[in-house]
Ligand binder design. Sequence first.
Ligand SMILES: [Zn+2]
Length: 223
Amino acid sequence: MEKLLIIILNAVLISTVMCLADRVNNHIHISVKRSFCMHCGHILYWYDLIPILSAFLTHARCRYCHDTYGMHYAYFELVGMIVGTYLFSDTLAWISAYLLLFLALEDWHTKRIHADILIPYIIYLFIQSWGDPKILTACVVMIISLFLVYHRQAMGSGDIPVLLLITLTTSSQIFPLTLLVASISAVLYLVKHHVHRLPFVPFLYFGWLSMTLIEKIVTPLAL
Ligand SMILES: [Zn+2]
């Protein structure tokens, strides 16, 4: 029963995060209470909003104007629910996963992020990690990031809080691997799509999530 509640909680949370990101990316204020179809504007009822199930039952089409909103929502929610449930026992990784997902979606669509929402969480992580060598790593990351942002203009200022969060939620072995995975996947994307600039937060999120999951799967096997 407890497991079922955790699964439902994560299904609702992933759906909520995607809805919030959609609203922010489409310049719709998040205080608009009722969800509605982005195409026809019809108010959506509770049975239109059941995470994963509603999209499968309606073949990812609006029930009122029949415009398609894409099956990727359902697959995204399904994967997010499984990952969220898996990470639930590790509170910091769980919270970080949702925060980084929201910012990755925002960066992907608008190339800008509300990175300031991370500040209270980063302060908490700094206090919680005080005395740990990762504080030194975080300071080095911050100095290098400030140089890259303000002297070289090689990355956006919003990337700094994201990098600090990643530094403070990964071990000293996993952090460089996270950056490596993020950088390799970003370079592959640049080459494949023939572009010169890209939003980096989605790739940082991909690197962080994949390495966090691999660490959690591999560590018990190595014991
Ligand atoms: Zn519609």
